[in-house]
Ligand binder design. Structure first.
Ligand SMILES: Nc1ncnc2c1ncn2[C@@H]1O[C@H](COP(=O)(O)OP(=O)(O)OP(=O)(O)O)[C@@H](O)[C@H]1O
Length: 238
């Protein structure tokens, strides 16, 4: 069981400004002085208006965006890794072992079927091939993806079908930190309820979750705490 008394993920004094090189170097400050700790067993939901920087925080934690200042500390077993300064090799290793990220959209791989898209994420996380395959099928069935689609590449799937493959891919390896960027945005009520159950199960198992949920009911169903990122932007203006 993870140590619940120390954060699994912690942002310390993080600042981010986008520079638009194709627009004459226009600067877009998004946040400064962002401090946030997420503990094992928590589901912290990011709140605040559109454009406040919620997705940017998740992308910085996953190492997709660099931050300009501060630290993003990830507990990786006994080690503490600063994603903000870690070399790419170390960030990739964190993605294999420690952090999962369910983005809003599935990045489809041409010619690879849905079941394999999910199972391969399990294998990358260290599962044996047969276990990964069985777990992939279990998740796809739970998420009501029709079996006739399992061997087809998700490129032609509906938005909601792609999103469910994406969720299965993000959840299969059961890593200690889970980042969720509106995972239920394109789902119907029945599938939203399944995703809420899966998220709560990860939380009960001691994972640290950080997510964005615009739907109030879902937010209430999963959040142990809501953090308004507008406060980070206000620090920026101060
Ligand atoms: N890659 C990028 N290049 C330039 N600006 C960006 C980039 N990504 C985000 N931004 C800007 O940063 C600000 C914060 O965006 P972000 O997507 O983090 O907000 P958000 O709170 O998640 O919004 P929403 O709720 O609408 O998804 C916005 O003003 C956005 O235009």
């Amino acid at each position: 069981m993870p140590d619940r008394n120390s954060p699994a993920l912690e942002f310390r004094d993080v600042a981010k400004t986008f520079t638009l090189h194709l627009r004459g170097g226009v600067q877009l400050p998004v946040m400064a002085g962002a401090d946030l700790a997420v503990y094992p067993g928590e589901c912290v939901v990011l709140g605040g208006p559109s454009g406040a920087g919620k997705s940017s925080l998740l992308k910085m934690a996953y190492g997709n965006y660099r931050c300009d200042r501060g630290q993003i500390l990830v507990r990786d077993g006994a080690a503490l890794i600063d994603v903000a300064s870690a070399p790419p090799r170390q960030v990739l290793s964190l993605r294999r072992r420690t952090i999962s990220y369910v983005s809003q959209f599935l990045r489809v791989i041409p010619r690879v079927g849905a079941r394999e898209v999910v199972a391969s994420a399990g294998r990358e996380g260290g599962m044996a091939a047969d276990v990964a395959l069985a777990r992939a099928e279990e998740l796809l069935a739970r998420l009501n993806l029709p079996e006739r689609l399992w061997d087809l590449p998700p490129a032609t799937f509906s938005g909601g079908e792609q999103q469910r493959v994406n969720i299965a891919r993000g959840l299969i390896a059961e890593r200690p930190i889970l980042l969720l960027d509106e995972p239920t945005a394109s789902l119907d009520a029945q599938n939203r309820a399944v995703v809420v159950e899966l998220i709560r199960a990860r939380q009960a198992a001691g994972a640290a979750l950080l997510g964005i949920f615009h739907d109030t009911d879902e937010r209430e169903a999963v959040a142990t705490r809501v953090v308004d990122v507008t406060a980070f932007a206000q620090k920026r203006a101060a």
